[in-house]
Design a protein around this ligand. Structure first.
Ligand code: NIG
Ligand code: FE
Length: 408
C-alpha cells in the first residue's frame, strides 16, 4: 500500500503524550504519515517527512483516533421498540427483557443475524468506530451461543462469550443448573471461538457465586473475564472482576467506596456506558469519582436492542461530558485509548508510530466539538488500517488537493 501524508490537520489527537500536549498528545497544525496501514509518523506538519506518495489535505479540520467500542451486543434479531416506549411512560428496565430478544434470536437464520450484525458494524464505522467488541448472549443454548460467537468472529477479533447473560426460560426454576451448563458444556463448545468471557452480575441475572464460578471456568479455558457490574444495583460484580484480574468492569452505575478503591488500585478498566442510562432513564454513573480516585475509565456504546440501541460513540462522549462530569479531553481519551486498554490492545486507540492507521476526520476544528455540538454528524471521514472506509463521498476543503503527490 502506498504511503500517504495526511496534511493540514488543524488539531491532531494522538493519545501519545510523547508526541504532543497532555494525555491526548495534542498537536496543532499537524500531519500524519500512513504506511502499510500503520502510522509511520505523526507530529507538527512543518517537520513531516517529505517522501509520501500521496497527499490528503485535511483542510484545517481535527483528526482523532478511531473510536474503540469495547462493549457491544450485536448478534441478535428483532428489536424492543415497545419495551422502550413503555419505559418512557415510567416502566422500569429489568434484566428479563433480554428473554424477548433470546426468543427472536433463536428463531432467526444465520443470514438474518449476519445481516443485522453487518448493518450495525457499518453504522458504527460511519460514526467513527474502527474497533468493536461483540458479545454473544442472546442464544443461551450450546448451539445458539456457539453460532453467535462464530458470527461475531466474522465481524471482529474481539469476541466475548456471554452465555451468563440471563437465565433462559427453560431453566427458570433452576438457575444453578443453567450456570452449570454455561461453565461446562457451553463453555467447552464456545471457548475456541472467543477471547473474552463476560457475566451479567446483577439483580435478575447472576449472583456473586454464579459469576465467580462462570468466570473461573472461563479463565481455566484461557478466556479473560470482563463483567457487567452495578448496572441495576450495587453488588459483588466489581469486587469479583478485580479479584479475578478482569480486563474491564462495565456499567458501574451503582458503586460502593470499596468498589471505587478496588478499581483505582487494580488493572481492571472501569467502562461506562451512558447510552444505557439514557435509554433506561436511569441516573448516570459518576465518572468524576472514578477518575479522581485514579481508575482508568473507558466509554463504550453498549449497543443492544434493550438498554442502549445506539452505536454512536460521539453521542456517548457528549453524554459523558454533560452528565458524568468528564471533561471533553477525558471523554475522547476514554472512547479511544480507554477502550483500547479495556481490550488490552496497544495497536489501536492512539496514533503513535506503529499503531494501526485508524482515524477520524471531524467536521470541526477540535475534538471538543464532539461534546460541544451534540447530535451533529461531525464524523466526516473514517480511515481503518490506512484505508478510507467511510465518508469518501463528501468533499473536504479544497478537494482538488486531495490525493495528489506530496511533492507535485
Ligand atoms: O449491557 N445488562 C445486560 N446486558 C445489556 C442489556 C441487554 C438487553 O436488555 O437486551 C446491557 O445493558
Ligand atoms: Fe452490555
Amino acid at each position: 500500500m502506498a504511503s500517504v501524508l495526511i496534511d493540514g490537520i488543524g488539531s491532531l489527537v494522538t493519545n501519545d503524550p510523547a508526541l504532543g500536549d497532555g494525555p491526548l498528545g495534542l498537536v496543532e497544525d499537524a500531519a500524519l504519515v500512513v504506511e502499510d496501514g500503520r502510522v509511520a509518523w505523526a507530529g507538527p506538519r512543518g517537520r513531516a517527512p517529505g517522501h509520501a506518495e500521496e497527499r490528503f489535505d485535511a483542510g484545517g479540520l481535527a483528526v482523532v483516533p478511531g473510536f474503540v467500542d469495547s462493549h457491544a451486543h450485536l448478534v441478535f434479531a428483532g428489536d424492543r421498540t415497545e419495551e422502550f416506549a413503555a419505559r418512557m411512560t415510567g416502566r422500569p428496565y429489568s434484566a428479563g427483557g433480554i428473554r424477548t430478544t433470546v426468543a427472536a434470536t433463536r428463531e432467526a437464520s444465520d443470514d438474518t443475524l449476519r445481516a443485522n450484525l453487518a448493518r450495525l458494524v457499518a453504522e458504527a464505522l460511519r460514526s467513527g468506530t474502527t474497533t468493536v467488541e461483540c458479545k454473544s448472549g442472546y442464544g443461551l443454548t450450546v448451539e445458539d451461543e456457539t453460532r453467535s460467537l462464530r458470527l461475531a468472529a466474522e465481524a471482529t477479533g474481539e469476541v466475548t462469550f456471554l452465555g451468563a447473560h440471563v437465565v433462559p426460560p427453560e431453566y427458570a426454576g433452576d438457575p444453578d443448573a443453567y450456570t452449570d451448563l454455561v461453565r461446562g458444556p457451553m463453555l467447552d463448545a464456545c471457548a475456541p471461538h472467543a477471547r473474552w468471557i463476560d457475566v451479567f452480575c446483577d439483580r435478575g441475572a447472576f449472583d456473586g457465586d454464579q459469576t465467580r464460578a462462570v468466570l473461573t471456568a472461563g479463565l481455566e479455558r484461557g478466556l479473560v473475564p470482563r463483567v457487567h457490574a452495578g448496572q441495576l444495583g450495587p453488588g459483588p460484580g466489581v469486587r469479583i472482576a478485580v479479584e479475578l484480574g478482569a480486563a474491564s468492569a462495565d456499567h458501574l452505575t451503582h458503586l460502593t467506596d470499596d468498589d471505587v478503591t478496588a478499581l483505582a488500585s487494580g488493572d481492571t478498566v472501569a467502562t461506562l456506558l451512558p447510552g444505557a442510562e439514557f435509554s433506561t432513564r436511569s441516573p448516570y454513573p459518576d465518572a468524576r469519582r472514578l477518575i479522581d480516585a485514579g481508575a482508568t475509565v473507558a466509554l463504550a456504546a453498549d449497543c443492544n436492542p434493550g438498554s442502549s440501541y445506539t452505536t454512536n460513540i460521539p453521542f456517548c462522549v457528549a453524554l459523558a461530558v454533560r452528565e458524568m462530569r468528564m471533561t471533553p479531553a477525558e471523554a475522547v481519551w476514554a472512547a479511544t485509548m480507554g477502550g483500547a486498554k479495556a481490550l488490552r490492545r496497544r495497536d489501536v486507540g492512539h496514533l503513535g508510530p506503529g499503531a494501526w492507521a485508524d482515524f477520524v476526520l471531524l467536521d470541526a476544528p477540535s475534538h471538543v466539538h464532539l461534546a460541544y455540538r451534540p447530535g451533529v454528524p461531525l464524523v466526516r471521514r473514517v480511515w481503518r488500517r490506512g484505508r478510507l472506509v467511510a465518508g469518501g463521498d463528501r468533499p473536504v476543503g479544497p478537494e482538488a488537493s486531495a490525493a495528489r503527490p506530496a511533492r507535485a
